[in-house]
Ligand binder design. Structure first.
Ligand SMILES: *[C@@H]1O[C@H](CO)[C@@H](O)[C@H](O)[C@H]1NC(C)=O
Ligand SMILES: *[C@@H]1O[C@H](CO)[C@@H](O)[C@H](O)[C@H]1NC(C)=O
Ligand SMILES: *[C@@H]1O[C@H](CO)[C@@H](O)[C@H](O)[C@H]1NC(C)=O
Length: 425
C-alpha cells in the first residue's frame, strides 16, 4: 500500500488529468473489465497510455502497439521497486513467455542485468530495432470498470514484461515514454495477461480500441459507454479476425469501393499468404493507412476522378493528393467527400470510411486524402492506420476470432474523447 507521501508523489508524476483511485485492498466483486486511458502525442501522432507499475506504484507512459508481443520498459536507470523479480532460466514463467534463451549480463547486477534469467526480444515498432531484454515480473495496476467510469485499481502482482536497454527508446518514440505496451496475439502481451488474469469465465479475452486525442482501450467484453450514456458497442459489424504467423491482427478486405464503385485492383495482393505476406493489417503505430504502391495509385486516381470538379493543390508530405479545405462542405461525419468502402469477407459487410477518417487537414487550408504510399515491397498490402480508426470502436474478440467495428461514432453524436473519467470508488 502506498503511504500518503508517495501518494502525493504519484499525483505529481501523473501526466494526465486522470484521477487516481484508491487501490483495492481486497477483492469484493470481480470487475467485468478494465479501462486504460490513452492520449495522442501531438508530434508523432502515436498513442500513449499511462500505466501503473512497481512498488510503490508509479505511473509510466507507454506507446500503445496493437501488434506488439510484450510490454517492455527501459530498466537501466532508476528502476526502484521492492517487487521486481527476474524468473530463473527454464522456469514456468519463461515457458509461459515462450523464451528458450538464458540471459547473462556482465555488468553490475540491477533490474535487467542478472545471470541465469531468461532473455526475451523486444522491439521498437517505429524503427523496427530489436534488443535482447530480461524477462521480468512486477506489479501492474489498472482501473477496473463496469463500462462507464473507472472503478478501483486492480493489482496484478506478477505481471510479466521485458526489461529492456534504453537504446530501444532512441528514435521514433515520444521523448517522455518509458516503453511500449504490446496488445498483440502472443503469450504475454498486455491484452493476453489481462485476459487471463480472471480466467475466461468472468473475463472474455476481448479488448477494444477507441482512439481519439483522449481515448480509451477497454479490456473485456462490451457494453462500453461514452457520454452522454451511449453504448458504443451497439450495433457492431463483424468480420473474421485473422492472426498472422507473426501474431499480428489482420482482416480480409476483398475490394475497395469509392462512391459505391469498385476500384480496379490486383486482387492477389489482398490476401495474406502462409508466410504472412499480403493482406490487410490493423496498426496503431502507423498514423495513416499505408497502401502498397499499385493500390495507392489506383485509390488516389479513382478518388480524384470522383472529385474532378475540385482543383487540387500542391500535396503536403506524406500525402499524395490535397485540396483546398474550402472546397468541401462540412457534414456530421467530416468533410463531404466520396465514401471509401472496405468491402470485407462478405459483400454486405463494409467498413465505410467517411470524410472525418479519410481527409486530413495537413496544414491550415490544405486538406489531403489521408493515405500514404507504402512502395512496392510491403509485407501487408494495406495497413489500416490510427487516423482511419479514430472515433470508431474497434473490438478484437479473440474468443470468437472476429473483429467488431462500429463505423463513425459521430453518427451516434459521441466520440472516443467522451469516456467519463470521474472514478467511482
Ligand atoms: C554473471 O557471470 C559472470 C561470469 O561468472 C560474472 O562476471 C558477472 O559479474 C555475472 N553478472 C551478474 C550480473 O552477476
Ligand atoms: C499482382 O500481384 C502479384 C503479387 O504481388 C504479382 O505477382 C502479379 O504480377 C501482379 N499482377 C499484375 C497483373 O500486376
Ligand atoms: C460522470 O460520472 C459521474 C459519476 O458517476 C457523474 O456524477 C457525472 O455526472 C458524470 N458526468 C457527466 C458529464 O455525466
Amino acid at each position: 500500500m502506498a503511504s500518503s507521501s508517495s501518494f502525493h508523489f504519484l499525483i505529481f508524476l501523473s501526466l494526465t488529468t486522470f484521477i487516481l483511485p484508491s487501490e483495492q485492498a481486497q477483492k469484493p466483486s470481480k470487475p467485468s473489465k478494465f479501462v486504460l486511458p490513452i492520449h495522442q502525442d501531438t508530434e508523432t501522432n502515436l498513442y500513449i497510455a499511462n500505466i501503473f507499475k512497481r512498488t510503490p506504484l508509479l505511473q509510466l507512459p507507454f506507446v500503445v502497439d496493437l501488434n506488439g508481443k510484450v510490454l517492455w520498459v527501459t530498466c537501466e536507470q532508476s528502476y526502484l521497486s521492492s517487487t521486481y523479480r527476474a524468473p530463473r532460466c527454464h522456469s514456468t514463467q519463461c515457458a509461459r513467455a515462450n523464451t528458450p534463451y538464458c540471459h547473462t549480463c556482465s555488468s553490475k547486477a540491477r533490474p535487467g542485468c542478472h545471470n541465469n534469467t531468461c532473455g526475451i526480444m523486444a522491439s521498437n515498432p517505429v524503427t523496427g530495432l530489436y534488443a535482447m531484454s530480461e524477462l521480468a515480473q512486477d506489479v501492474l495496476s489498472i482501473p477496473s470498470t463496469q463500462g462507464s467510469n473507472p472503478g478501483p485499481l486492480v493489482r496484478i502482482p506478477q505481471f510479466l514484461f521485458a526489461c529492456s536497454p534504453s537504446l530501444l527508446l532512441q528514435k521514433g518514440l515520444p521523448g517522455n515514454v518509458q516503453g511500449v505496451a504490446g496488445l498483440g496475439h502472443s503469450p504475454i502481451s498486455l491484452s493476453t495477461q489481462l485476459g487471463s488474469h480472471f480466467g475466461f469465465a468472468g473475463f472474455a479475452p476481448t479488448f477494444a480500441l477507441c482512439l481519439a486525442q483522449n481515448g480509451v482501450v477497454f479490456f473485456g467484453d462490451s457494453p462500453y459507454y461514452m457520454l452522454p450514456g451511449v453504448d458504443i458497442s451497439r450495433p457492431l459489424s463483424y468480420t473474421p479476425l485473422i492472426i498472422s504467423p507473426q501474431g499480428e491482427y489482420y482482416i480480409e478486405v476483398k475490394s475497395i469501393k469509392i462512391n459505391n464503385k469498385e476500384v480496379p485492383l490486383n486482387k492477389s495482393l489482398l490476401s495474406i499468404n502462409k508466410h504472412g505476406v499480403g493482406g490487410t493489417k490493423l496498426s496503431t503505430t502507423n498514423p495513416y493507412t499505408v497502401l502498397e504502391h499499385s493500390i495507392f495509385k489506383a485509390v488516389t486516381q479513382f478518388f480524384t476522378n470522383e472529385l474532378s470538379s475540385i482543383p487540387q493543390v500542391k500535396p503536403v508530405a506524406p500525402f499524395g493528393v490535397c485540396f483546398n479545405s474550402k472546397s468541401f462542405k462540412s457534414t456530421r461525419v467530416g468533410p463531404g467527400v466520396p465514401n471509401i468502402d472496405l468491402v470485407l469477407h462478405d459483400q454486405h459487410v463494409v467498413w465505410r470510411i467517411f470524410g472525418a477518417n479519410s481527409i486530413v487537414e495537413a496544414r491550415p487550408g490544405v486538406s489531403c486524402l489521408g493515405f500514404v504510399d507504402g512502395g512496392v515491397k510491403t509485407r501487408a498490402s494495406i495497413v489500416i492506420g490510427a487516423y482511419q480508426m479514430e472515433n470508431n470502436l474497434v473490438q478484437f474478440d479473440l474468443a470468437r476470432s472476429r473483429l467488431g467495428f462500429s463505423s463513425s461514432l459521430l453518427f451516434f453524436k459521441t466520440t472516443c474523447n467522451n469516456f467519463n473519467f470521474t472514478s467511482i470508488p
